[in-house]
Write a protein that binds this ligand. Structure first.
Ligand code: SAM
Length: 245
């Protein structure tokens, strides 16, 4: 029978050594070793219940994914989502021991993210529906504040990008200003993602499902951090537009 309560949840995630990383600092500079390959690593910072990262890891087996959150309960919920997304049944006696080769769930506070990843270790950071922290005095806590973005710049590689989506107009506005003030180039800015030629491959998060279901517009932007990411974008812009039929 599964244990309940805080202690039970901690014990539950501690048992899932193949999937859950509780000592992220030990892997700084060694994530490729942990995954056993040199595939790109994409991290969702603030994954919540893990729908997005579970689905992405299922869809893209040649990318390694790391879902980061700071609450035990969310790591446990995400482990259940991951198991379901990958078609793995829960074993008898609530046995959660599973390995999904391209996914890890990491219990960690994003405020210290540079202590978990070496410079250039990540290729993409996803920020999905980050807490908006609407009061001005809390602006530094927003995950798109320059203080955080500087940390992402450190840990992203030459192809590095940040992909950010939110329902919050004020957070989106703040974030665009934050990226622009830092001299960063942005692309594919959308104020209503679900009506702007919504891509069928798009993977939704829990919050996105809820807000989009209420008819709220979803805002999204991609920010190029690495020089190669920027060069690829510029080369793409130089290509002639396809002729209309
Ligand atoms: C609003 S929820 C969004 C969850 C998910 N990305 C989604 O779109 O459904 C924000 C998540 O970020 C996590 N979070 C916020 N600040 C964090 C921090 N400093 N370190 C780790 N996780 C954090 C919260 O615990 C929460 O699960």
């Amino acid at each position: 029978m599964r244990l309940r309560g805080r202690k039970g949840i901690r014990e539950d995630i501690e048992r899932q050594k193949e999937l859950v990383v509780l000592n992220a600092k030990d892997y700084k500079g060694k994530w490729a070793e942990l995954f056993g390959n040199d595939n790109p690593i994409h991290a969702e910072l603030g994954m919540g219940k893990g729908r997005f990262i579970s689905e992405m890891s299922r869809k893209y087996p040649h990318i390694n994914f790391i879902g980061v959150d700071m609450y035990d309960e969310l790591i446990r919920k995400a482990s259940e989502k991951a198991r379901a997304a990958h078609g793995l049944e829960e074993g008898e006696d609530g046995d959660n021991l599973i390995e999904i080769s391209n996914l890890r769930l990491m219990l960690f506070n994003i405020e210290k993210i540079e202590e978990a990843f070496a410079p250039g270790e990540l290729e993409r950071v996803y920020l999905n529906f980050s807490d908006p922290w609407p009061k001005k005095k809390h602006a530094r806590r927003r995950l798109t504040h320059p203080g955080f973005v500087e940390k992402y710049q450190q840990i992203l590689n030459e192809k590095g990008e940040i992909h950010f989506k939110t329902d919050s107009v004020s957070l989106f506005e703040f974030s665009l200003n934050s990226f622009a003030d830092m001299g960063l180039r942005m692309r594919n800015i959308s104020l209503n993602l679900h009506s702007d030629g919504f891509h069928p491959d798009h993977v939704m998060t829990e919050y996105e499902t809820k807000f989009a279901g209420q008819g709220m517009p979803i805002h999204r932007v991609e920010v190029m951090i690495g020089e190669e990411a920027l060069a690829a974008h510029v080369a793409n812009l130089a290509k002639p537009e396809p002729e209309e039929e």
